[in-house]
Design a protein. Structure first.
Length: 491
């Protein structure tokens, strides 16, 4: 189906829905005076919003809108427009299903309605955004996968929840980069996950075994036919163009009509005309915090230039945080933060020990200094972020050990270690066990002074051999392609 045909169909449906809203308004204010009017009222009641439709509207207002507002404040308005269009398209499918019987081939019947979703996903993937939005774009691409639940039979809820892990793979990178620096970035990560889980709760309540249809409804609308109840209502309506529906007439129909009315002159996007989030709406900004009675439109008085702060005073003013070592259910992980050699969390023992009760659990170690941490048991993965002079020992890791923003750190495995990711780290030593030799791979970026040590059988028994991980390469342009070789310094 071409874009022009799809636009014509959308325009036709929106016109029909607009007229239906007008008829509902008239019938609601005057009693039927004849049998014809009574029949009309009976027909129109079929189109009243079902619990599934009203529940979806509540999902959009509760979970989607706050996420889009936060995304807009991070200069992601274009992605937000595409997300909104896709969510509205799913709402149209739910509304159509609530008045129709289940078609023989659900996926085939839904294809015309899924085209806006496919278009939105394609637009997001093709966007060229600032580099600081790379992880945001990737996490949103994973988010859009949840909308396939409408074509999943019997088990849509687990499919939705499975998306959390894929989206968090990128959103956790945002969280690590901006933790303690930018609360809006953290809110983006939290709201992204909340949106997926809220959708899962909605689907669990209204579409537990797949998209719900109406066994007493008519045939599911095709790309050119409106639902039967809508067609009956329009047939008795005068051909006079219907006025715009009142703001009070809610429902998914009202959302579609409003978006259709705000199309650009070129008709490229129904979301282009939506209001932008202006600075005065961005309440997370410092200039809009504080006394609510103060008007944000009044220009702030010029501040006097602060005297330069001596370096010693700056060091003394550095904020300290209490040490943390606890297991949190959200993410099923151990959180170890701000631990030092003098912290009393591990009661004077030589090392802080963590017991992994489940292989699905993981550990997040943040801003620790001058300490040894021992992770006992098999775990999903480890993240070591912003630590200095820290030694981490562990048994078996299922996925990866990530080292980010560290200085002078050492990690040692007693079991199997599939992968090590080293990013923005200066000074790193990785000790491999015999079981990990030939298995472990290393992914490095923006790091220096990296070394790996592993056991080998020698004349005097088992000995450890140490080699540096290359950080200097020779690149050449050969036949229109870039080739890379490790520098001769490591030969």
């Amino acid at each position: 189906m071409s874009n022009n045909e799809a636009d014509k169909i959308t325009s036709l449906l929106n016109t029909i829905l607009t007229r239906l809203d007008d008829i509902e308004t008239k019938i609601g204010t005057a009693a039927p005076a004849s049998a014809t009017d009574a029949n009309l009222e009976a027909d129109v009641t079929v189109t009243e919003a079902s619990p599934a439709v009203t529940g979806y509207e509540e999902h959009m207002s509760t979970a989607l809108e706050p996420f889009l507002a936060t995304l807009a404040s991070l200069n992601g308005e274009k992605m937000g427009e595409c997300i909104r269009e896709a969510w509205v398209a799913i709402g149209a499918i739910i509304a159509a299903a609530s008045t129709s019987k289940k078609p023989a081939e659900v996926t085939t019947a839904l294809m015309p309605f899924l085209k806006p979703v496919q278009d939105s996903v394609g637009k997001i993937r093709k966007m060229r955004l600032p580099r600081e939005l790379d992880h945001h774009q990737r996490s949103i691409e994973e988010l859009m996968g949840v909308l396939s639940w409408v074509v999943i039979d019997k088990t849509p809820v687990p499919a939705i929840k499975d998306t959390v892990g894929a989206a968090e793979y990128y959103s956790n990178k945002i969280r690590r980069e901006y933790k303690g620096k930018n609360e809006t970035q953290i809110a983006f990560c939290d709201q992204l996950k909340a949106l997926i889980l809220h959708l899962a709760d909605y689907v669990k309540q209204y579409h537990l075994t797949g998209l719900s249809f109406n066994p007493n409804g008519g045939a599911f609308p095709t790309s050119v036919d409106a639902p039967k109840a809508v067609a009956v209502a329009v047939a008795v309506e005068t051909p006079k163009p219907a006025p715009a529906p009142a703001v009070a007439s809610g429902g998914i129909n009202a959302i579609m009509v409003e978006l259709n009315a705000k199309k650009t002159s070129s008709g490229d996007s129904a979301a282009t005309g939506l209001k932008k989030v202006t600075k005065d709406m961005q309440t997370w900004r410092d200039e809009y915090k504080g006394d609510n009675s103060a008007s944000t439109t009044v220009a702030a008085a010029p501040k006097a230039k602060a005297a330069p702060i001596p370096k010693a005073a700056t060091t003394a003013a550095k904020k300290s945080y209490p040490p943390v070592c606890k297991f949190v259910d959200v993410g099923a992980k151990w959180v170890v933060e701000y631990q030092t050699k003098t912290s009393n969390t591990f009661e004077g023992k030589s090392a802080l020990t963590i017991e992994m009760a489940d292989p699905k659990h993981q550990a997040y170690i943040y801003k620790c200094e001058n300490i040894t941490i021992d992770v006992k048991g098999k775990c999903k993965g480890l993240v070591i972020d912003g630590c200095k002079r820290v030694n981490v020992l562990f048994d078996n890791v299922i996925s990866v050990v990530e080292l980010v923003n560290n200085k002078n750190i050492a990690v040692q495995t007693r079991g199997v270690l599939p992968s090590v990711s080293i990013d923005k780290t200066d000074g790193c030593m990785v000790y491999l066990s015999k079981a990990s030799v030939g298995v472990t791979n290393f992914v490095t970026s923006k790091s220096s002074e990296m070394n790996v040590s592993w056991p080998e059988e020698g004349a005097d028994g088992e000995e450890y051999k140490e080699k540096p991980i290359p950080e200097q390469f020779l690149h050449k342009l050969v036949d229109g392609a870039i080739t890379s070789e490790v520098s001769e310094l490591y030969s």
